[in-house]
Design a protein around this ligand. Structure first.
Ligand SMILES: Cc1cc2nc3c(=O)[nH]c(=O)nc-3n(C[C@H](O)[C@H](O)[C@H](O)COP(=O)(O)O)c2cc1C
Length: 223
């Protein structure tokens, strides 16, 4: 049976850097035989978690007036969950976080004297992938989001895995696809050393290639 990939694209930019990473990832995955569906988080009919905690008893979300029932079925049905997102103030975008908060309905949470015990309502065996783009030259601002995905996949069971590709020094939309010459012009405008353009052009191409390889790898190595 073909691997099922559910991808979330979280940038408001139509042709953003994270979307380009996702395109490469999906190209690799589909080439290897995966079936993929992409959800634009900004357009998803998902309201914010109400914090009612009913899901602890019900084992599903009590909200029935939005698209979560359908989306949660797709999430549970997928082998691979990919999140392609810009880093906004050290995190994902609000529309993506709104979806991630609804993952609370997959988990039973018990308060103890020393902390919380999380027990997933269903067995999970999925690959989580984070493809992120950020403006900074260091990936430090992506750490809170990497930590969050590490936490989510661990909390949802022992059989999940998590991999990430983080593209740094990506400011404007589509920059990851720029030629060296386009990067030289951009860096001159931004006041960045233009000598970085050559190595960044190579590195950006490598990031896109890595995303394609990861897409293929996730499809071929299920189970
Ligand atoms: C509201 C907002 C917040 C941002 N916060 C950060 C940040 O905390 N760290 C950073 O390095 N870049 C930050 N950026 C830059 C974006 O991460 C960067 O432009 C990225 O390439 C956007 O990805 P996209 O093209 O996929 O939308 C921010 C941009 C915006 C618009």
């Amino acid at each position: 049976m073909a691997a099922k990939i559910l991808a979330f694209t979280a940038s408001p930019r139509q042709n953003g850097n994270s979307a380009a990473l996702l395109e490469s990832f999906l190209a690799g995955a589909v080439e290897a035989g995966a079936e993929a569906e992409t959800i634009a988080t900004e357009k998803a009919d998902i309201i914010s978690c109400r914090g009612c905690l009913s899901c602890n008893l019900l084992k599903h979300c009590i909200i029935r007036k939005d698209g979560w029932q359908e989306l949660s079925r797709k999430i549970l049905d997928a082998d691979v969950l990919v999140f392609a997102t810009p880093i906004y103030f050290h995190h994902t975008t609000a529309s993506c976080k709104r979806i991630l908060d609804r993952f609370r309905s997959f988990i039973h949470v018990q308060i103890t004297e020393t902390g919380l015990i999380h027990t997933p309502h269903q067995p999970w065996n999925k690959k989580f992938v984070l493809l992120a783009a950020l403006g900074s030259s260091s990936s430090e601002d992506a750490e809170p989001l990497i930590d969050l995905f590490g936490f989510i996949q661990e909390t949802l069971g022992d059989h999940n895995s998590f991999e990430s590709i983080i593209g740094t020094r990506l400011a404007v939309g589509g920059q990851i696809l720029f030629t060296e010459e386009q990067l030289v012009n951009l860096y001159a405008k931004l006041g960045l050393p233009v000598r970085l353009a050559a190595e960044d052009a190579v590195r950006n191409a490598e990031l896109l290639e890595q995303a394609g390889i990861l897409g293929r790898h996730c499809t071929e190595n299920l189970g």
